[in-house]
Design a protein. Structure first.
Length: 97
């Protein structure tokens, strides 16, 4: 069964350009992962500092491989001081059909 989640965070005021640069670079790497099926990055129209990342992985093993990727920790370390939350808020999703 696929592993699907929504990751959310809000860029600190003035950090939007750097957050966008970081997430674009990171997205390119994640999309190359064998088990990644989707890594779509959005901002909210009404709140452009709010980022939503829709992620789909082939299965739990692919998601665990994503978590262990060598570029994940450096990305998160660079992102943390640039966002309002303590970390990305993850919401795991289950398909209805």
């Amino acid at each position: 069964m696929t592993k699907t989640l929504l990751a959310e965070f809000t860029a600190r005021e003035g950090a939007e350009d750097e957050v966008t640069r970081l997430i674009r670079d990171y997205a390119l790497k994640v999309r190359e992962e064998e088990g990644n099926l989707a890594f779509d990055v959005y901002t909210k129209t009404a709140a452009p500092r709010a980022y939503w990342i829709f992620e789909v992985y082939r299965d739990e093993d692919a998601f665990q491989a994503h978590l262990k990727a060598p570029y994940g920790a450096p990305f998160n370390a660079a992102l943390m001081p640039l966002i309002e939350e303590d970390a990305s808020v993850l919401t795991f999703l289950d398909p209805l059909v």
